[in-house]
Design a protein. Structure first.
Length: 400
């Protein structure tokens, strides 16, 4: 069962819970129903209040659900209280994303990063959720004063493991920095793919480099950074192209910290290819979220090219008139925008030409300014898709 709560203005609330449903499916779950509610503030004990908790319990029994997933973050006490009250496993958005990351990480570095984030999340949740957390007694023959509680032993063990993982990730970061310095000495032009999860980054990466990396129509299909050489005939030189982890709304802060070594590929790139799902009904919100994460990792000033992918999925009246134009970001900054379909190979030649211009002359004040002065191209600051968000079929909504 999926649960989302609207706390009013300023809160991140998805009334459709479609993204949460996709996350659940990515983790191997089958959503059967969704409940939305409105509150002015979270309830300290049950997050949604005791009345709504009773309603959720009845719906869990009705649909014979095995678990409940909340679209917002729960405190350890709220999660424990809800599990006791509902009688099934309760997970919040952060825990669900960590489960997906844990299942999808393939490289040694990726596994280290996910394990660190998982332990940091778990360390805040040792709130006597298990029956074995009674106080242990020390001394010969179990005599003497009270010793450490099991919860304290668990916390100390987790802290030691976190410290060890951080030390190993420092070594990984040094290795990546050595590789970057080597590319810098060689004068390599670096391009990084960034974007919201499932925007088509890996498909675009394959279309440009023929790398054959895993790509699927699901959230967080790939987590590990892949870098390949790409020869641009238009510029008569090679560049490096890196595919990075996708971003998502309310991405756990521990994951952003843990993936710092990976995300540095984006922060230190010469150009970012910001891949956008042009067919998404929440396109602008996804762009804003990617920009927020880029700001948090210090990549705000890196020149961007917006690639509006999946243009073949747009209805006829929303098909772009130009393969290339200028897009104005919320900050007022202007970027080249390329309309493309990585799956169909549409717009790849235009994108390669833009990358060639960037490799030869740079984007700041170069091709960007020239294009903006061309009367054939208009400056846009609105999304391509303005269609209403479709209801997810087969998922009944219970109450508001």
């Amino acid at each position: 069962m999926l649960v989302g709560v609207d706390f009013g203005r300023g809160s991140s609330f998805d009334p459709t819970l479609d993204e949460l449903a996709l996350l659940a499916e990515s983790a191997g779950d089958v959503p059967v129903a969704k409940i939305t509610a409105k509150r002015s503030a979270p309830d300290a004990a049950f997050f949604v209040g005791s009345g709504k908790a009773d309603e959720i319990k009845s719906v869990v029994a009705l649909y014979q659900a095995h678990g409940v997933i909340f679209d917002q973050a729960l405190s350890p006490a709220q999660q424990r209280n809800l599990e006791r009250h509902l009688g099934v496993e309760v997970l919040d958005r952060t825990g669900l994303i960590l489960e997906i990351f844990g299942a999808r990480a393939r490289s040694h570095e990726g596994k280290l990063q996910v394990e660190l984030a998982r332990l940091q999340y778990l360390s805040t949740r040792l709130v006597r959720r298990w029956s074995h957390l009674e106080r242990q007694r020390g001394g010969v023959g179990l005599r003497g004063g009270p010793g450490e509680t099991q919860i304290e032993l668990d916390r100390r063990m987790i802290d030691q493991k976190i410290k060890s993982l951080k030390e190993r990730l420092v070594k990984v970061k040094k290795q990546r920095n050595t590789q970057r310095r080597s590319r810098e000495r060689a004068g390599t032009f670096r391009v990084s793919l960034v974007g919201y999860t499932n925007a088509g980054k890996s498909t675009l990466f394959n279309a440009l480099t023929k790398a054959g990396t895993y790509a699927a129509d699901q959230l967080f299909a790939t987590l590990d950074t892949t870098t390949r050489q790409m020869f641009l005939a238009e510029a008569q030189r090679s560049v490096t192209l890196s595919d990075t982890v996708g971003f998502i709304r309310d991405l756990p802060h521990s994951l952003v910290e843990s993936f710092e070594a990976t995300l540095q590929e984006a922060a230190e790139a010469d150009v970012l290819l910001h891949v956008v799902d042009a067919s998404s009904p929440v396109l602008q919100e996804q762009i804003d979220e990617v920009l927020r994460v880029l700001d948090s990792i210090g990549a705000t000033d890196v020149p961007q090219v917006l690639v509006f992918n999946k243009c073949d999925c747009l209805p006829e009246h929303q098909q772009p008139r130009h393969a290339r134009d200028i897009y104005e970001l919320p900050s007022g900054r202007r970027c080249i925008r390329v309309m493309a379909s990585a799956l169909k190979g549409v717009g790849m030649d235009v994108l390669r030409q833009v990358l060639a211009e960037a490799a030869l002359n740079g984007l700041e004040g170069g091709a960007d300014a020239d294009l903006a002065s061309d009367p054939r191209f208009a400056v846009h600051n609105h999304p391509v898709s303005e269609a209403p968000t479709p209801e997810r079929p087969g998922l009944p909504t219970i109450g508001t």
